[in-house]
Design a binder for this molecule. Structure first.
Ligand code: NAD
Length: 428
């Protein structure tokens, strides 16, 4: 039988395993295995050539017992309702583990944003909000950017919502541009958050971070800042990153054994995280196939591209010397690969703990919007480091006290908080 890589069944499978460990009753399982609400949208916009094109969109609110639903809007050609459901569910656990008073939601539009002009992108963002505005809001559901979307797009969406409601409402969406209601530090937050959890792991494993190397999958928002943090905060070396090449319709690994120059590589990367490989080759980088990153003899692997990348096949290619797997992406590891990882001795920092820095700073952005008072970047990053460290410690202690795998420990911490909130509200 071929491996299941459907993100939603993966998310349910992970939940079921921990539900068994926690002996959760049937009502709780029924509440948490499925989203509370979901919206399927047909979104027509006028293209630059004068024709109307209709896009498929989704918004899923998995659980809002602990606060308004929260989660990004992904613009991706392979988006499906099930991917959005899985991502919404993972957001519920992420907000609970990070201990921020928000629930889990996610959105998606089936489109390759690189094929749209700026005007088409703006019309699509505004039309998405016109379809959905009754179901979102600072006290209902607060979207944010994700794969394929960016601060400018969030700015348009916030503007459309404010026009429709007749009130300036920056708190309806996060990840907005700085100066347009955005928070300093949001751009770096997810990648740096990954690095704060890697730093804490290294402390527990008594590893000197300045002597370590990492291989990163992806080179978008999360991967770039995780790589930057690995080099600049931990003092380690990143020997490769990878990316999806739209022209060649394949992925490549871009490597340099003595360590990449993060500022240079970022300077030759477009807004979608695609590296200019000719310029990379001219500067002495090696171009290898897309899977090469996972085979590298490094201390830390950081998958930071898409879900399902570490699967039954690719997990076998991980080098014996790897000590830490820091899941920057959401759902990068399939349950089959997880079984192998559990026995491998590799220390796992599970996705919804590892990449919680983005939503934590989104929460800070909402707090600043509510106060109408903005913190400095240093204040934001200090608060972020605090939250990430506390979250890491809570999960690590659970893992030690219950003698369970880090992913299961993260689920235990998260599910416990969500169930308590549902009980307090009289839902159960
Ligand atoms: P992004 O669109 O900025 O970057 C994605 C990167 O992955 C690009 O460099 C792209 O070329 C690369 N990529 C795509 N397919 C690939 C493949 N098959 N092989 C190698 N590289 C490939 O996206 P992002 O915001 O960096 O998000 C990356 C992951 O992190 C996603 O799983 C997302 O859900 C998750 N995440 C993002 C945030 C955030 O704040 N942006 C927060 C939490 C989690």
């Amino acid at each position: 039988m071929s491996e299941n890589t459907n993100a939603f069944t993966m998310a349910q499978q992970q939940f079921d395993q921990v539900a068994d460990l926690l002996s959760l009753n049937q009502q709780i399982r029924e509440m948490l295995r499925f989203p509370l609400r979901e919206y399927h949208l047909r979104i027509p916009i006028r293209m630059d050539d004068g024709n109307i094109r209709v896009f498929q969109g989704y918004r899923v609110q998995h659980n809002d017992a602990r606060g308004p639903a929260k989660g990004g809007i992904r613009f991706h050609p392979a988006e499906t309702a099930d991917t959005v459901r899985a991502l919404a569910m993972w957001m519920t656990w992420k907000c609970a583990v990070a201990d921020i008073p928000l629930g889990g939601g996610k959105g998606g539009i089936v489109v390759d944003p690189a094929t749209l002009s700026n005007g088409e992108k703006e019309r699509l963002c505004r039309a998405f909000v016109r379809s959905l505005w009754r179901e979102i809001g600072p006290r209902q559901d607060v979207p944010a950017p994700d794969v394929g979307s960016n601060p400018q797009m969030m700015g348009w969406m916030m503007d459309e919502y404010s026009i429709i409601t007749g009130q300036y409402t920056p708190g309806v969406i996060t990840g907005k541009p700085v100066g347009g209601g955005g928070s300093l530090g949001r751009r770096e937050a997810t990648g740096y958050g990954v690095i704060y959890t890697v730093r804490e792991t290294m402390k527990h494993l008594k590893i000197d971070s300045t002597k370590t190397t990492a291989a990163v999958q992806g080179f978008g928002n999360v991967a770039q800042h995780a790589a930057e943090g690995f080099i600049k905060i931990l003092g380690g070396k990143v020997i490769c990153v990878s990316y999806w090449d739209r022209d060649d319709r394949t992925s490549y690994t871009v490597s340099k054994d003595d360590g990449i120059d993060i500022d240079f590589l970022t300077s030759i990367t477009d807004q979608y995280g695609s590296i200019n490989k000719d310029q990379a080759v001219s500067a002495g980088y090696k171009i290898e196939d897309g899977d090469a990153w996972i085979t590298k003899k490094v201390d830390v692997l950081i998958p930071a591209a898409l879900e399902g990348q570490i699967n039954a096949d690719s997990v076998k290619k991980i080098h014996d010397g790897v000590k830490i797997l820091a899941e920057g992406a959401n759902g990068p590891t399939t349950p089959e690969a997880d079984v192998v990882l559990k026995d491998s001795g590799i220390f796992l920092i599970p996705d919804f703990l590892c990449n919680a820095g983005g939503v934590t700073t989104s929460y800070f952005e909402g707090v600043q919007n509510d106060m109408n008072f903005y913190w400095t970047k240093a204040e934001v990053l200090e608060k972020l480091d605090d939250k990430m460290t506390q979250a890491f410690v809570a999960v690590y202690e659970m893992s030690c006290s219950q003698n369970v795998y880090m992913r299961d420990a993260a689920y235990m911490v998260a599910i416990d908080k969500v169930v308590k909130a549902m009980e307090l509200r009289g839902w159960l």
